[in-house]
Design a protein around this ligand. Structure first.
Ligand code: NAG
Ligand code: NAG
Ligand code: NAG
Ligand code: NAG
Ligand code: NAG
Ligand code: NAG
Ligand code: NAG
Ligand code: NAG
Ligand code: NAG
Length: 796
């Protein structure tokens, strides 16, 4: 048995292979989704397999054309259209970025805008952490690596050809073919070619401005600075317009400005080996040049960049979670999931063009709707330093732009799918004791704004009834009625999310001694109850969250969400699923479901195959492992002390729908939301975001140590476990026998701790202690006692 000892910094090069966990991270795991309800034509896990640092600004990788959307640029099939510096990972909606491009072309170029600039694949791309290699139909091999704000391209052109070129197309973006008006546009830019005086080598600088993508962003600009290690000839070009391949000019003019027309340059070389270093910045071309020159100075080899990036992954991410496990499949799953949950958000501190601030700046958070249940609580544990910076950045965005983002990319808010779920992230961090430099009074003000002010409607054609950019656009009904009528899209799914958001706000307010706000928002957090229609029934169960207007309830089939889209009653989830989601008030849900027995049976029905014909890929269960509204449901058995069923259901999901293979995710990765769900299963816990509570599952490993930072750790062991023997028989927490189905942050994370499980093949009713708190069900005064205890523990 190999026990890994981590000495940070020991991963110099690849020599110390035993300490290099990066080889377990399968970055080529482009995952194919099986089916995700009716969410549109999304059909990929959409993870990004190119090169990036943990949370790095640059994500360098290929852009492929297949005729359908390439969300992360990559597709396992199709033709290369460029190799670009900015991407996202695992997102849906419509592609974002795919900008700052280089593309190798062999042969004389007559028109740099023609289709002939695409190239086929000669063989499958090769990827490792920190390195990407593409073999093109032309015979060119292109290797890439990247640092935080710069990248390196190494071209090996085929021998004995006449013209070796690198095409720099400033107007290149990842397009969208979904026909929803979400496609990105190039809006103009500049390119200038310069000669380095001492060396006679050319380099280029400039910028491009773009808009749109999944978040319907307004214009934003990226600056670039690209060097070549060999002498070249060049021509710059300007198109006649944005859409067509018609050339306006293709000449040796050293700079061009474009207002809308396509724009770029072609560099030609006489030798088969060419290395290019490119920096990006959102501030200026000179900052783009200093980013590349400081991170990848002239003469740096691609191996050096790769090793530095691999070392960063090992020291900043992989070494945080260690085990003596030797099963390579499990190790692949562990480190691959850790990899993909650390690509977004991106740290753009020092690169924010919008305002001057000494606070950190993070962008590309994708959406809190996707990541708040599983990803943010795990980032908190694995990356406490980063997490505090991230929270400060959320608040600084509110300070300067008026709103905390619910979803954000390219410096623009957009695509609020449900409530303002950043509120839940704040409450989670606050009740778990994150203090440091976070200004919690400002956080509270930002949360109050979410709860009180109707955001200006940005007229999103997907749901023109209210703003989708930020805030809670259905507040007029929420304020007036305490429920949401169908005059607003997603009325029912948003009502339950607004309730949770109001509870989050109440909790932070109480922690900051604002009892008036606490009472007000606690009260509002109970409004989900106004949507509970006892007359809705399905499969022998009655009482579900239903649509209503001022006259009363509207009839609804609990196992259909109609279109399940922006304008419908429920967004991407069944009424059945959303009826479990008032997570602050589960005691009331259990009552409304006619007690513990019926609640347990309802949960069991959720996972029973064959009862719902709309979910073929997942055995026709009501449960959908591929979308976030169901993420917590397998662990809700904790509330009826049936921890054995937590384990039964979560294990089945993890083992059936997650694989370390290209098709290994049940849905879009969603910026790592799926991967973090899987990681919690491996750890044997699951968070209840917004409360310092973790449900107990069953760990996959006989030992797992999580470095919590500051010299603290959580050590998890299990005895007697195997692929078949995974039911918990007993548990010791910090050495003491445990009989609860849940734990608090303060039991094992605040100061570190130990969990020692005994596992076996038969279910056991070992959880005889008190069930998890259900704060909103306690009433305003008793809940205040509980929340104050949490907040006080956090203050210590
Ligand atoms: C890729 O390029 C080849 C060669 O030009 C072409 O035959 C093929 O249709 C292209 N594939 C796509 C998906 O455009
Ligand atoms: C080249 O890529 C573009 C998309 O950028 C596509 O429209 C065109 O059909 C592709 N051509 C070939 C031959 O693949
Ligand atoms: C490349 O070769 C051509 C033809 O021999 C010559 O005219 C040109 O100056 C060379 N260019 C470079 C950059 O060496
Ligand atoms: C863009 O290029 C034009 C023409 O070369 C130049 O006049 C202009 O100042 C440039 N703009 C910026 C922002 O660099
Ligand atoms: C290794 O782990 C995988 C995934 O959990 C499992 O399917 C396989 O049976 C394990 N192999 C052994 C030898 O235990
Ligand atoms: C984020 O980026 C800034 C600027 O590069 C850096 O100072 C900071 O340490 C980064 N944060 C983390 C957690 O790496
Ligand atoms: C709570 O809300 C109800 C209406 O939903 C209202 O009648 C009551 O006065 C509120 N209580 C407080 C303390 O705000
Ligand atoms: C656990 O308790 C439930 C409910 O009382 C019961 O149905 C089940 O059979 C028990 N399981 C075991 C293993 O005793
Ligand atoms: C659960 O454990 C606690 C603490 O050890 C103990 O006081 C309590 O009696 C136990 N409850 C049951 C029902 O076993």
């Amino acid at each position: 048995m190999r026990v890994k000892q981590f000495v940070l910094g020991s991963v110099a090069g690849l020599a110390a292979a035993n300490d290099d966990l990066s080889s377990y991270a399968l970055t080529d795991s482009q995952r194919l989704i099986s089916d995700v309800m009716q969410t549109g034509s999304i059909n990929g896990g959409n993870t990004f397999p190119g090169v990036a640092r943990p949370l790095g600004m640059v994500k360098l990788g290929p852009d492929l054309y297949t005729g359908s959307d390439s969300y992360s640029g990559y597709q396992p099939t199709g033709n290369f259209t460029g190799f670009t510096m900015l991407h996202e990972s695992g997102t849906g909606g419509a592609p974002k970025y795919g900008v700052v491009s280089q593309m190798p072309v062999v042969g004389a170029i007559e028109n740099p805008l023609s289709d002939k600039m695409n190239d086929t694949r000669a063989s499958a791309d090769k990827t490792e952490v920190g390195y990407y290699k593409a073999s093109l139909g032309s015979g060119t091999v292109l290797e890439m690596s990247a640092s935080k704000k710069a990248g390196i391209y190494k071209y090996t052109f085929p021998e004995n050809k006449e013209h070796y070129n690198v095409l720099v197309d400033v107007s290149h973006v990842l397009s969208s073919y979904r026909g929803q008006g979400l496609e990105q546009h190039f809006l103009g830019g500049n390119i200038s070619v310069h000669l380095e005086e001492e060396s006679d080598k050319h380099y280029y600088t400039g910028f491009g401005t773009y808009d749109n993508g999944w978040n319907r962003a307004g214009p934003w600009t990226v600056y670039f600075c690209g060097y070549f290690d060999t002498e070249s000839r060049y021509k710059t070009f300007l198109g006649k317009d944005f859409k067509t391949a018609n050339l306006e000019e293709f000449s040796e003019k050293s700079s061009h400005e474009s207002k809308t027309a396509r724009l770029g340059a072609v560099f030609s070389f006489n030798q088969t080996s060419v290395v290019s270093r490119v920096g990006v910045s959102f501030i200026s071309t000179s900052q783009a040049c200093s980013n590349v020159n400081s991170e990848i100075p002239d003469g740096t080899s691609i191996e050096t960049v790769r090793d530095g990036t691999r070392k960063a992954w090992n020291s900043e991410v992989f070494s945080k979670v260690t085990t003596s496990e030797t099963n390579v499949t499990k190790l692949n799953q562990l480190y691959t999931a850790l990899y993909f949950m650390h690509l977004l958000p991106t740290n753009k501190t020092g690169e924010n063009p919008l305002w001057e601030s000494s606070e950190p700046y993070y962008d590309d958070i994708f959406t809190f709707w996707d990541i708040y249940r599983s990803l943010t609580p795990l980032l908190h544990i694995l990356q406490p330093v980063y997490y505090e910076e991230f929270l400060r950045s959320m608040i600084d965005i509110w300070r300067h732009q008026g709103w905390v983002s619910d979803a954000r990319s390219s410096f623009h808010n957009g695509a609020v799918q449900g409530g303002t779920n950043g509120d839940n992230v704040f409450a989670d961090a606050f009740l778990k004791g994150v203090r440091g430099k976070v200004n919690w009074h400002d956080a509270l003000s930002a949360m109050v704004k979410n709860a009180e002010e109707v955001p200006v409607n940005n007229n999103d054609p997907r749901d023109p009834t209210g703003a989708t950019q930020e805030g809670r656009s259905a507040l007029p009904d929420w304020h007036e009625h305490g429920f949401i009528t169908p005059r607003f899209g997603r009325s029912v799914s948003r009502a339950v999310e607004y309730s949770v958001n109001d509870f989050s706000l109440a909790a932070v307010a109480l922690g900051l001694d604002d009892t008036e706000k606490y009472k007000k928002y606690f009260n509002r957090s109970l409004n989900w109850r106004n949507h509970w229609n006892p007359d809705l029934s399905a499969l022998g169960f009655s009482g579900f969250l239903g649509p209503r207007d001022v006259e009363g309830f509207i009839s609804q089939n609990p196992i259909s969400c109609g279109g399940c889209y922006w304008g419908d009653y429920y967004y991407q989830g069944l009424p059945w699923e959303y009826s479990f989601n008032a997570h602050h008030d589960l005691g009331t849900i259990i009552d409304y479901c006619d007690g513990e027995q019926k609640f347990t049976e309802r949960l069991e029905m959720t996972f029973t195959p064959g009862v719902f014909s709309g979910n073929g890929a997942f055995g026709n269960t009501l449960f959908n492992p591929g979308n976030e509204p169901s993420f917590v449901t397998p662990y809700l058995y904790s509330y009826v002390n049936r921890q054995d069923l937590n384990v039964k259901r979560s294990r089945f999901i993890a083992k059936s729908y997650y694989k370390p293979t290209p098709a290994g995710l049940p849905g879009n990765s969603d910026a790592g939301a799926m991967e973090s769900w899987l990681l919690w299963s491996m750890i044997g816990l699951f968070p209840m975001t917004g409360q310092p509570v973790f449900f107990i599952g069953s760990p996959w490993f006989s030992d797992l140590t999580i470095d919590l930072g500051g010299g603290k750790s959580l050590k998890i062991t299990s005895e007697g476990g195997s692929e078949e023997k995974f039911y918990v028989q007993s548990l010791k927490v910090n050495g003491k026998q445990w009989n609860k189905s849940w734990l608090s942050w303060y039991d094992i994370f605040a100061k570190g701790g130990t969990l020692d499980f005994k596992l076996g093949d038969a279910p056991s009713n070992w959880t005889t202690g008190p069930t998890p708190p259900t704060p909103a069900s306690l009433g305003v005064d008793e809940a205040a006692i509980l929340i104050s205890e949490w907040a006080d523990a956090g203050d210590e």
